[in-house]
Design a protein around this ligand. Structure first.
Ligand code: SAM
Length: 262
């Protein structure tokens, strides 16, 4: 059961992700997606859709169909209610673990917005293999995540007020999170301590190692940094030390290997 307060918090968070194009952590995702892709007529899988804000955004931006899958029943409950509230009919939300309950459909576009950093490696590896199998010919997988060196990668910076706090001694940091602990929407991870402990410390190198087994091929990478907010540096990818610590989000696009399906 979700408490009424958390339910309202979840609805309001997901609604902001859906409707507010300036919503901080998704602004760059949305700009990049609009700039790079025309998803009209496409079948989209929003893998790890959470409370569905982005699924509804895809569905309203393009004339497409969207399936939102997540393993968390509380998240999907909120996603379905938000869908009803806004009367969006080209989205279907499902509680689903694709590893134990595989899908038959094929998708032109599969997105993982802020999902990959929450899944432990052996499982993440299996998930990429499964996603490869449901990628339609010519399809693409779009991944966005804050890399571990990002100032916000701990997912608790907004509570503790300290960027890069993931690099503090872990005992100290965990005590600090415990002191400020609070419940969050989620059946799987229902407070900040669980959310922090669930992170896999994802970096680009680690992600590439994880993807390798699936055979998926990277075709695009963008490292969005604070420095991109300055007009002359808008398009640059500054990935070397110490600038790598200013990267707030990594974006990666994958395609199936050339001989897939032959
Ligand atoms: C930080 S949330 C991101 C939600 C959403 N993509 C967004 O951008 O708002 C990460 C989500 O991944 C989901 N997740 C974690 N492991 C998963 C798995 N094995 N299969 C499907 N979803 C998963 C979590 O339940 C959670 O809803």
């Amino acid at each position: 059961m979700i408490s009424p307060e958390l339910y309202l918090e979840g609805i309001s968070y997901a609604e902001q992700n859906f409707l507010d194009d300036e919503a901080n952590h998704l602004r760059v995702d949305k700009d990049l997606l609009r700039e790079m892709f025309n998803l009209d007529g496409k079948k989209i899988l929003d893998f790890g859709c959470g409370m569905g804000g982005m699924s509804l955004w895809y569905a309203s931006q393009w004339n497409c169909t969207v399936h939102g899958f997540d393993i968390d029943r509380h998240h999907i409950h909120i996603a379905k209610d938000l869908q009803k509230k806004h009367k969006v009919d080209n989205v279907k939300f499902e509680v689903r673990n694709i590893l134990t309950d595989p899908v038959e459909d094929k998708y032109d576009f599969i997105v993982l917005n802020d999902v990959a950093e929450h899944i432990q490696y052996p499982i993440l590896e299996e998930i990429f293999c499964s996603l490869r199998n449901v990628l339609a010919e010519g399809g693409r997988i779009f991944i966005s995540y804050p890399p571990w060196q990002s100032p916000y990668a701990s997912h608790v910076t907004h509570i503790l007020g300290l960027p890069w706090c993931q690099f503090l001694p872990q005992g100290l940091l965990l005590k600090w999170i415990e002191r400020n602990n609070r419940t969050i929407v989620g059946e799987e991870e229902s407070d900040l301590v669980q959310a922090y402990n669930g992170l896999n410390r994802l970096t680009h190198k680690r992600l590439m190692q994880t993807i390798r087994k699936s055979g998926l091929v990277p075709v695009f990478r963008k490292s969005h940094s604070f420095l991109n907010n300055f007009k002359p540096l808008e398009k640059v990818n500054l990935r070397f030390f110490p600038f790598s610590y200013l990267i707030t989000k990594e974006f990666l696009v994958l395609k199936a290997p050339e001989n897939a399906g032959r």
